[in-house]
Design a protein around this ligand. Sequence first.
Ligand SMILES: [Zn+2]
Length: 198
Amino acid sequence: MYYPEPISKLIDSFTKLPGIGPKTAVRLAFFVLNMKEDDVLDFAKALVNAKRELTHCSTCGHITDQDPCSICSDGTRDESVICVVQDPKDVIAMEKMREFNGRYHVLHGTISPMDGIGPEDINVPPLIDRLKDEKVNELILATNPNVEGEATAMYISRLVKPSGIKISRIASGLPMGGDLEYADEVTLSKAMEGRREL
Ligand SMILES: [Zn+2]
């Protein structure tokens, strides 16, 4: 189907978003054309600013607009516990639960030998450095309950175990193969409560 170039470019951009098929992309593109110009400008600015102003916390790897992030720089949080997660979205899911008062470490992925992703390719080395520098007594491994998440948890556990730090894995109240970020707060809270020591 023929579209004027600016519209086909807009459609292409929407197609790049997850979960947006060609039909939805066309619908969204035409929706934007009918929006007020000010609203479109605000939308465009929000996209660009989110990308430009956010960075990764140099301590924990979480997305932030200040470094260190608000969690790492919060003196009321327990610095003796670090919860290790795969993705910044997992930090947000855990924070919604409002029960965990320690700090986080975001791996930005999982170890996946099949895809050639080793520990050095994700945020593991900075975690090991943190454990040397900070007074950490417990590491909670909250990677997703799927093959890569389990393998990553086991790898970190083996690496850290000799240091004597207590290591636990969140309970499997979470559905196997599931994603932490989609777990409801009760399930997530139960998973944290029932964590077992490795
Ligand atoms: Zn941080």
